[in-house]
Design a protein around this ligand. Sequence first.
Ligand code: FMN
Length: 153
Amino acid sequence: MADIAIFYVSVHHKNTEKLLKNMCSGLEIDLYNILENPDVDISKYKVFGLASGIYKSDYHKKVYEFLEKNINLPKVSFLIYTSGIGGKNYYKKVEKFLNEKEIKNIGVFQTKGYDTFGILKYIGGISKKHPNENDILKGKTFILDILNIIKNK
Ligand SMILES: Cc1cc2nc3c(=O)[nH]c(=O)nc-3n(C[C@H](O)[C@H](O)[C@H](O)COP(=O)(O)O)c2cc1C
């Protein structure tokens, strides 16, 4: 079993799932789609990541429900998200939520994801082809940094 797991929601175009599967491939990290595995025991991990597409400026509500349901959350976390415009502050609400539970956030990675929400579909969407190879490469660097931080703790 890995010491680290990432729990994610990815419902629009599977952008976040594509990013995670590629950036974490070959690494000792367990990936769980929260919608398919709502009852995983998160307490057995030392560190956990939370990943989501951004839906109306925030993480998916199922991420919050998952956190509320689990009382024995590990005390160290990191955050990953994809969004149509690549907004830099979309993690603030979930970070606040974690901090209120005395969980430390040790890093944030975000990148763009193909977005056809609402009227955007009439123009063919924005951020087409994202996350692309370069985004995934940056994600890989991020997750390797996280693994190093944890190793040296
Ligand atoms: C209902 C909905 C609301 C969205 N709201 C935002 C938003 O506020 N800001 C943004 O940049 N992108 C927004 N998007 C675009 C998604 O964040 C983007 O496509 C993301 O990569 C989706 O990830 P997923 O394919 O893993 O679900 C929204 C998409 C949907 C479906």
